[in-house]
Design a protein around this ligand. Sequence first.
Ligand code: GS8
Length: 220
Amino acid sequence: MADEVVLLGFWPSTYALRLRIALAEKGIKYEYKEEDVYNIKSQLLLESNPVHKKIPVLIHNGKPVNESLIALQYIDETWNDKAPLLPSDPYLRSQARFWADFVDNKVAVFGRKIWMTKGDEQEEAKKGLLDCLELLEGELGEKPYFGGEALGFVDVALVPFYNWFSMYEKFGNFSIEAERPQFVAWGKRCMLKESVSKSLPDQQKLYDFFPQYKRIIGIE
Ligand code: GS8
């Protein structure tokens, strides 16, 4: 029986985009279902993620997997014959998971604060993000990707946030490239991969959507 793979997503969502990139890297065909996540959630979403009621949800042969980093690991373990994301060494696996967790608990949080706040709080968030990127530059070192010579778990978890940088720069009125050129060079390198560039939304589309997005989530 052929695999039946469905992804419930919301096009600007960094979390859903991770899964699109991973599925593209692995060459897995899937049905993408766009959710009207801040308005009316589908019955399928409510049934598939009854705890958080959030996208993304990966549904493999009828079985849902929730939480993007968990779904990313599931994809890697299920389709393990191509483009491994996590290293095989247990210690290196633990380190990749550590940095992916850092993306969710630090990078994502500061990034969101940059466009959700103003004044001192926004300045602190800008500094927080730049500090995170400095730490990530240290972790990247001389490697082309966090995964080494090929895209890995951390690259896939992180690059959708790089795609949001122009939004952070617009709202924070600063240049990330001027402050963290090595990190931005990594982002540009990732964008050369079709699995990344074809999965991530167009910058202009994100830009145009932003005022509406802020209204939807109740900021303006
Ligand atoms: C976060 C998913 C999330 O925030 C993950 O999968 O990694 N930790 C989770 N999903 C948002 C859309 S992206 O901003 C969502 O579904 N929100 C709907 C809601 O809050 O009701």
